[in-house]
Design a protein around this ligand. Structure first.
Ligand code: GAL
Length: 409
């Protein structure tokens, strides 16, 4: 263990924290399966986790001190696991992932890009940029110039194009302060990479607090006018990764409106959720309407093989976007965000040889994502009413916060 940061540094000097760390190790908390019993100060530790592109990669363990343990690697900024307690203090890993770095590299970098439909890789837990979600036809026009991007998802550019943020080794700096620990990650996306104009300097801070909240703060600046959209691509299963599908878990979304899509999963406009399977204004099981016929544009749940849509979140600034709950374990996830949209994706393309962290195979429907972001394909709606801007200009700083806060019902 090369270093341990705890939020109350004076304790470190007295050696009491060292004793606590030793006790935690003896109990197996720091090294293996976390448990919910002890309440101590948040901590962050790390270990070597192999290398990618010739650069060393580390795996960081953030503990809330109140039963929540998050592991994050600086490869792609991937949230590798999230252990949280449920009813009776039963801890489960609620984030899909892999046990080894090579599995991430293989999934993120060695999959064939499909000619149409889904994507060849999972993006498990990763930071997505510079443009999360789809840009239709692999091009956009900004200030009169048309930029051509690689098409890695049928005709679309998905998640920044091939080999984007999720495959980079980010510079990582552990941080700690009063009542929190954090991992600061930085990466600069070069001017012209995957066809986008301007070098974009990104900072993503993952912060864990004693209330079992994982706070993600994104900032970005650019050297030329460009388009940006960032998200985190964690797949949640509140019953535990690898435990089966999430259809009995409930979801409530703070939204009256969603963006239906065409056959390429590009939004065609806005529709009220009322009377459709997209109505999550009151909590309902994710699977309740997932096979229900709908919509004149074409059956949305057939096109997307399940939910893979953007909801327009009511309100502005940091507010509650969604609440998910596993009635069986009592685990609850509240998502807060400053972002205008939420892409909910029910793992429709989880197919093939996907053996997860605990050795079980993931299949379609085994998770849901809560991708807080600007609306898909916004670069084709610059300046249109109802479409929050995704343009970032030199001199501006992009700022965005999303909080995943866990509790027990
Ligand atoms: C989601 C996207 C899905 C799929 C997935 C990655 O964000 O909406 O269609 O591409 O990422 O497999």
């Amino acid at each position: 263990m090369p270093y341990v940061f705890r939020s109350r540094k004076p304790l470190m000097r007295t050696g009491i924290a060292v004793s606590i760390a030793v006790l935690a190790l003896v109990a197996g908390t720091a090294a293996g399966a976390p448990n919910a019993r002890r309440a101590v100060n948040p901590s962050i530790t790390s270990k070597a986790w192999g290398s990618a592109h010739g650069q060393p990669v580390r795996l960081y363990t953030l503990e809330s001190g109140h039963g929540m343990t998050v592991r994050i690697t600086n490869y792609g900024g991937v949230v590798q696991s999230i252990y949280v307690p449920g009813r009776g203090g039963h801890v489960a890993n609620v984030a899909l992932g892999f046990s080894k770095l090579s599995d991430y590299v293989n999934d993120f970098e060695n999959q064939p890009w499909p000619a149409s439909g889904g994507s060849g890789d999972t993006y498990f837990g990763a930071i997505i940029g510079r443009y999360a979600n789809r840009i239709a036809n692999g091009e956009f026009t900004l200030n009169g110039t048309t930029y051509h991007l690689p098409q890695n998802n049928g005709p679309n550019t998905l998640h920044g194009g091939p080999l984007s943020y999720n495959t980079k080794v980010w510079t990582a700096t552990p941080q700690s302060g009063k009542g929190f620990v954090a991992l600061k990650l930085t990466y600069t996306d070069p001017d012209g990479y995957n066809g986008f104009p301007g070098a974009v300097a990104n900072t993503v801070v993952y912060k864990l607090t004693p209330d079992n909240a994982l706070r993600i703060h994104y900032t970005a600046t650019t050297t030329k006018p460009t388009v940006v959209n960032f998200t985190n691509h964690t797949y949640f299963n509140l019953a535990g990764e690898g435990s089966g599908n999430v259809f009995a878990q409930t979801l409530q979304i703070n939204s009256n409106t969603f963006t239906p899509v065409n056959a390429n999963l590009i939004p065609t406009g806005f529709e009220p959720v009322a009377g459709t399977p997209f109505d999550f204004r009151r909590a309902k099981p994710i699977g309740r309407d997932i096979r229900r016929a709908n919509m004149r544009e074409g059956d949305q749940l057939v096109i997307a093989h399940g939910y893979d849509h953007n909801w327009v979140i009511k309100g502005h600034s940091l507010r509650l976007a969604a609440v998910a709950e596993d009635p069986a374990s009592g685990r609850v996830l509240r998502t807060y965000s400053t972002e205008p949209g939420l892409q909910v994706y029910t793992g429709n393309f989880l197919v093939g040889d996907l053996v997860g962290t605990s050795g079980r195979t993931y299949r379609q429907g085994d998770a849901f994502t809560l991708e807080t972001q600007h609306y898909p394909d916004s670069p084709h709606h610059i300046g249109e009413p109802g479409w929050p801007s995704v343009v970032l200009n030199p001199g501006q700083t992009f700022n965005s916060t999303t909080i995943f806060k866990f509790g027990v019902a």
